[in-house]
Design a protein around this ligand. Structure first.
Ligand SMILES: [Zn+2]
Length: 371
């Protein structure tokens, strides 16, 4: 049994920029499984931090009672480098302002980095293969010399989660129902998780194109399996991104209820069944075709049909400035999963997600993320 607070100093590139990173390691060190939970990789998305704040005492109590069957790493704010980025008043946490890199994009494609370590060594024992892959990842991580605090942080997070059976990355949308992103191979196994989370949608993609954190380990196992036909290589880490509603939905009530649901996310007496997984390629990201002020015509959860106006854009320039309204139409049948909280948009901004069931031609094989 253990409930251990861990800290690492992330070394900044300039005086006064070093940061202390704090997380928790919980549960028996010899437990057969490992669960990694993290929140606020996008540092300005705080619902997940609130969930983990409420989950930590539950885990401590379960640990005290000897009830934990897994080791847990819990990182309630996995991106401490961005906690200081207050610009004027708003907190900027989605991207690293200096290189401009979204914190949940461009995570490494591990397969080419460890491919030579695996060559000719996989055999018919699935356990052996998974251990070999994990060992190779750990060796690659240990051999890296991070060039800056961001790399130091990413390597540390990968080191902690690479050998976990479950990796849950807690985010939020802007103004949204709760939903989940995961890999298609992990459904329907993760349907329990969708039910317990109360996910209005579970959107699946093998590769959304952005190098998201939750795709690092599934992509690795997928590629190792493809390169080694006939050898048993399972998708040994189940990963998912949990979108805990909208940015403003940070309350004790949500946090405590969501933590309770996560803490019991298995067992017979489950919650009501939530929708099955759907390909993310069937979700439309409705975009503004001009700048202006968005006036929504639909609510979250509302069913819409293709061609139906989702919102009007109120023009803010030209002869019809502040007078003209241009409808933005749904491109598919489905329900409204998310909207914007700030209503002034630039051309091309995503203003809503509509969860449909038919794969959209423009989305097939394309970059799927809203960014
Ligand atoms: Zn996010």
């Amino acid at each position: 049994m253990a409930f251990e607070r861990k800290t690492v100093r992330l070394t900044g590139e300039a005086p006064g920029t070093s940061t202390e990173f704090t997380w928790y390691a919980i549960g028996p060190a010899d437990a057969p499984e490992k669960v990694h939970l993290q929140a606020a990789l996008h540092a300005d998305e705080h619902p997940g931090t609130m969930v983990l704040h409420h989950l930590l005492p539950m885990l401590r109590q379960a640990d005290d009672q000897g009830l934990l069957r897994a080791r847990f790493t819990v990182m309630p704010a996995v991106n401490p480098l961005s906690l200081r980025n207050f610009s004027s008043a708003p907190h900027i946490g989605r991207s690293d302002p200096r290189p401009g890199v979204n914190h949940n994009r461009r995570w490494p494609d591990l397969f080419p980095l460890i491919r030579s370590q695996l060559a000719g060594r996989l055999n018919d024992d699935v356990r052996f293969n998974v251990n070999l892959i994990r060992k190779s990842v750990a060796q690659w991580i240990d051999a890296q010399q991070p060039r800056n605090a961001s790399e130091q942080l990413r390597l540390l997070v990968l080191r902690e989660c690479h050998d976990a059976e479950f990796v849950l990355d807690l985010h939020c949308d802007d103004d949204s129902l709760p939903y989940i992103y995961t890999s298609p191979e992990l459904m329907p196994e993760l349907q329990d998780l969708s039910d317990w989370v109360g996910a209005a949608a579970t959107l699946t993609a093998a590769d959304s194109g952005g190098g998201s954190f939750d795709e690092v380990l599934p992509q690795l196992y997928r590629k190792v399996a493809l390169a080694n036909p006939g050898k048993p290589v399972p998708l040994a880490t189940a990963t998912a991104t949990l979108e805990y509603r909208g940015r403003a939905d940070v309350t004790d009530a949500y946090g405590a209820d969501d933590a309770r649901r996560l803490s019991v996310a298995e067992g017979a007496d489950g919650p009501p069944a939530m929708p099955e997984g759907l390909p993310f390629e069937a979700t439309e990201i409705v975009r503004a075709d001009r700048p202006g002020l968005v006036a929504y015509r639909v609510d979250l959860g509302e069913q819409v049909n293709a061609g139906q106006p989702v919102a009007d854009i109120i023009s803010m320039e030209g002869p019809e400035a502040y007078m003209a309204r241009t409808p933005i139409l749904a491109g598919t049948d489905g329900f409204v999963l998310s909207r914007l909280s700030q209503k002034y948009v630039s051309r091309g901004a995503g203003i809503a997600k509509i969860v449909g069931t038919r794969i959209l031609p423009g989305r097939k094989g394309a970059y799927l993320l809203e960014d």
